[in-house]
Design a protein around this ligand. Structure first.
Ligand SMILES: [Zn+2]
Length: 311
C-alpha cells in the first residue's frame, strides 16, 4: 500500500532511472478521478499492457467511444519514446482478480486470475506499450528496455520488488497482454533495481516469448473436460493455446479466454492435429485425440508466434 507518486515525483523518478520523457499536453490533470468520484490510490503495483495497435498515443490519451481516456499513465512508442499520458485514475486495468491484487500487495507468487471482482484502475499504475501483440510484431530492444526502466522507477520509489509487477494477462481473465513473458520481465526489473538508478544493466534485457508448459497443458486437457463447465487447471497456458487456435481459425473467439481446456478446445485442437497429421486416429491415445503433444504444440506456437514450449 502506498500513496501514489505526484506528477513531479513521477517525472523525477523516470529521469533518474535513465528514461527520456515526452509530455502529452495536459497530462498533469488528465484522469478519471472526478468523473467517477473515485480517487486514485493507495497504489499496490504496476501493470504492463500492449496496445494491440499502432500509432495509438492519441487514443490512449483521449480514449475510445466506449471507454474515456486516459487509458494508461504512460504510453511507450515503438520508436517514439516514453510519453506522460495521465496523472491519477486511468481506464487501463478494468475489473481484476482481487486475489491477484492481494498477492501483489504481499509480493507473493500470483495466483490464477479466475475472477474479475476488484477495481484495478484504483490501485495500479499502467503502461501501454505500442505493439500489435500478435506475437509477430517485435518489441525493439530499446522499447523493451524503456519498459523495464519505467517499471523499475515505480518499484524503486515505493521500495517494492519486481513482485509488485503484473501483466494485464495475469490479473484479468481473458486478457493476453503483454505478449512477452512476465517472469523474464520481472527478472529484468530486479536486475535493474540491483543497480544504481540511471546505471542501465548490460547487456540490455530483451523480451522473451511466453512459455507453455506441455505437461501442465496435458493435465488441463485431461482434467478440464470431465469437470464442471469452466474448470481451470492451467489458465495462463490454456489462454495462450486458445488464442493461437483462434488465430488459425480452429476455435471460435467466443470460446477462448476462459482458461479452461474444455470439450470445445479439445475439438479445436483435434482439428489442428488432423491438419498436421492427415488421417491420424482421433481415438484416445491417437495422434489426433485433441490432447496436445510436443510436436503439435511446438508447431502451433511457431505458426502463431504466440508462445514457445517447455517440455
Ligand atoms: Zn491491457
Amino acid at each position: 500500500m502506498a500513496t501514489p507518486m505526484t506528477a513531479d515525483q513521477r517525472l523525477a523518478a523516470y529521469k533518474a532511472e535513465g528514461l527520456a520523457i515526452h509530455e502529452y499536453s495536459g497530462w498533469r490533470t488528465h484522469n478519471r478521478d472526478s468523473a467517477t468520484g473515485k480517487t486514485f490510490g493507495p497504489v499496490h503495483g504496476v501493470l504492463i499492457h500492449h496496445t494491440a495497435g499502432h500509432n495509438d498515443k492519441d487514443i490512449c490519451y483521449k480514449g475510445r467511444s466506449d471507454l474515456p481516456g486516459p487509458l494508461c499513465h504512460n504510453w511507450l512508442g515503438k520508436t517514439a519514446g516514453m510519453w506522460m499520458i495521465g496523472q491519477g485514475r486511468a481506464n487501463h486495468a478494468g475489473l481484476v482478480d482481487g486475489d491477484v491484487i492481494n498477492a501483489l500487495i504481499a509480493e507473493k507468487p500470483l495466483p490464477k486470475d479466475n475472477e474479475a471482482d476488484t477495481d484495478g484502475n484504483d490501485v495500479l499504475y499502467g503502461l501501454e506499450i505500442e505493439n500489435l501483440g500478435d506475437g509477430k510484431d517485435p518489441y525493439p530492444a530499446d522499447q523493451y528496455h524503456q519498459a523495464v526502466l519505467w517499471a523499475a522507477a515505480h518499484c524503486r520509489f515505493h521500495k517494492w520488488t519486481a513482485k509488485s509487477i503484473a501483466g494485464h494477462k495475469e490479473v484479468q481473465p481473458g486478457k493476453i497482454d503483454p505478449s512477452f513473458d512476465m517472469d523474464v520481465f520481472r527478472a529484468d526489473v530486479d536486475n535493474q533495481l540491483a543497480t544504481k538508478p540511471g546505471k542501465p544493466v548490460s547487456p540490455k534485457p530483451t523480451p522473451s516469448l511466453p512459455r507453455v508448459d506441455l505437461s501442465r497443458l496435458i493435465q488441463a486437457a485431461k482434467a478440464d473436460p470431465p469437470a464442471k463447465q469452466g474448470h481451470v487447471t492451467y489458465m495462463a497456458g490454456v489462454n495462450l493455446v486458445e488464442a493461437a487456435l483462434v488465430k488459425l481459425g480452429y476455435l471460435a473467439k467466443t470460446y477462448a479466454g476462459d482458461g479452461s481446456f474444455g470439450t470445445t478446445t479439445i475439438a479445436a485442437y483435434r482439428k489442428l492435429q488432423l491438419h498436421l497429421y492427415p488421417g491420424a486416429s482421433t481415438k484416445p491415445g491417437g495422434a489426433a485425440d485433441g490432447i496436445p503433444g510436443k510436436d503439435s504444440l511446438t508447431q502451433l506456437g511457431k505458426k502463431t508466434g504466440l508462445f514457445s514450449v517447455i517440455a
